[in-house]
Design a protein around this ligand. Structure first.
Ligand SMILES: *Cc1c(COP(=O)(O)O)cnc(C)c1O
Length: 459
């Protein structure tokens, strides 16, 4: 069945995720969460997020030795929303943070310092001190940062577990900007560079408090076997260090995130269980019980559970191409708008009542509201012909999309709602506000509204 075919209650062969999304869209339109007054909203499927959090936990429980400590630390950058972090926390998931803002979000969500990992490549002395005071795990990115840790831990052994990020230099994936294990990546200590391995071994032997190795080979577009190769190189280094230390100095490996998301359909491929089993096969040393594990998945937990629903304001035709002008563009989908080849998004068409739209497919552009020609969610896309008042839904946008506002044209941050429902057509849909939409007064205030005369004070 194509994405635009009519869906009825009888269409139970659709994935539950699809059925829940259709119900949520219908309901959001019925109760006017989306419509004239709210022309673009983000919707998050709470059931789907919970299911994936449980699937992640179960996938690693299946492959680790009994009693192995495993912390799944959600990469906050994928969905920096306090209620989402709180929901994940309730499912036993911690936080990976990379800025003072992300740390503050994790703390606001009630995530304990002992379940938080700090990874930024540009940590200031102040950030490092705060993390160590709180007992948050820190992965040092480079030798200069390690020297700062030396100063901070001088005297007293740290409460925080401390590690070093390595770049296994196993190569990139299909998206250059998100490939962190290339030869010249800015992240971590480049393991294959001349002298780097010896330096790392010595760095650990000289610092008995250094107990972790961390790697994250990239996000989206990295083949699974390349992720595994990066982890194999990291685990081999840990084994070498422990052997030279004559003890299990490195007790935890942080394997990063990076599990890719399928943006082509509602199927959950690859899933966490597939990845965990592949790692057990390719990097068995991770699971022998010798190491505790930290994971840092982001998009794979959230992407499939988000939908950006945008009202069609006008339709027109240009050079023979039908165009639907909607309220979702660069402000909620910056990556897709600026790099459409790397970040294609599926679009689902809904009618003005929020029902899946049927009718013959017509190639059309789905445009956003921003004032530049490239502001398109989709180009030349076959969809039932959209009309004013219909809705275009950008699917798989639960991570790195509508929670990542880009303030072009001073377009407002859209409101975000979580929804809870089941695939059963009779069950109701409940919405919970996750983040308020930005008001016009807030845009003025955040744009120096209170400083109006700052540049004309002399006049
Ligand atoms: C971005 C990032 C992640 C999460 O990546 P996903 O592709 O969203 O899973 C994990 N760890 C680090 C260090 C990152 O920078």
């Amino acid at each position: 069945m194509s994405d635009s075919a009519p869906r009825t209650a009888a269409a139970t062969d659709l994935p539950a995720l699809t059925l829940r999304r259709d119900k949520a869209v219908r309901s959001a339109v019925e109760v006017s969460l989306a419509g004239e007054a709210a022309p673009v909203v983000g919707l998050l499927d709470v059931t789907g997020i919970r299911e994936d959090a449980r699937a992640l936990t179960a996938a690693f429980a299946e492959v680790t030795a009994p009693g192995t400590p495993v912390l799944h630390a959600f990469a906050v950058k994928a969905a920096p929303l306090v209620p989402v972090l709180r929901l994940l926390c309730a499912e036993g998931i911690g936080a990976e943070v990379a800025s003072p803002g992300e740390l503050a979000l994790a703390r606001a969500a009630g995530i304990e310092p002992g379940r938080t990992v700090l990874d930024s490549p540009a940590k200031t002395r102040g950030e490092l001190r705060e993390a160590l005071d709180l007992g948050i795990a820190v992965n040092a990115d480079n030798p200069q940062e390690l020297a700062r840790l030396d100063e901070l831990v001088a005297g007293a052994p740290p409460r925080s577990p401390l590690g070093v990020r390595v770049n296994p230099q196993v190569g990139g994936g299909s998206i250059e900007a998100l490939s962190t294990a290339t030869a010249t990546s800015k992240f971590g200590v480049a393991l294959r560079d001349e002298g780097a391995r010896d330096w790392l071994v010595r760095a650990f032997l000289d610092r008995p408090w250094l107990t972790r190795l961390h790697t994250h080979s990239g996000s989206q577009g990295i083949p699974l076997d390349r992720l595994a190769a990066g982890l194999a190189a990291t685990a081999a280094l840990a084994e070498e260090i422990n052997e030279k230390a004559g003890r299990r100095q490195i007790d935890t490996l942080d394997i990063g995130g990076g599990l890719p998301v399928n943006f082509a359909s509602d199927e959950r491929t690859p899933d966490f269980a597939t990845y965990a089993r592949l790692l057990r096969r390719e990097v068995p040393v991770l699971f022998g019980g010798g190491y505790g594990l930290v994971t840092e998945f982001g998009r794979s937990l959230l992407a499939k559970h988000g939908t950006a629903l945008a009202r069609v304001e006008y339709t027109k035709s240009s050079g023979g191409r039908p165009i639907a002008v909607t309220h979702a563009g660069a402000q909620i989908a910056a990556r897709t708008v600026y790099a459409p080849e790397s970040w294609p998004l599926r679009i689902a068409a809904y009618d003005s009542a929020g029902r899946p739209k049927s009718g013959p497919e017509v190639a059309q552009d789905v445009a956003g509201p921003a004032c530049f020609a490239g502001d398109l969610l989709a180009r030349d896309r076959p969809l039932p012909l959209l009309a004013p008042g219909d809705f275009a839904a950008a699917l798989d946008t639960g991570a790195y999309y509508f929670a990542h506002h880009y303030a072009y044209n001073s377009l407002a941050r859209p409101p975000i709602y979580g929804f809870t429902t089941t695939a059963d057509p009779a069950s109701e849909v409940r919405f919970a506000l996750v983040r308020e939409g930005q008001r016009t007064e807030e845009i003025v205030a955040e744009s120096g509204g209170a400083l109006r005369d700052a540049l004309v004070a002399e006049e």
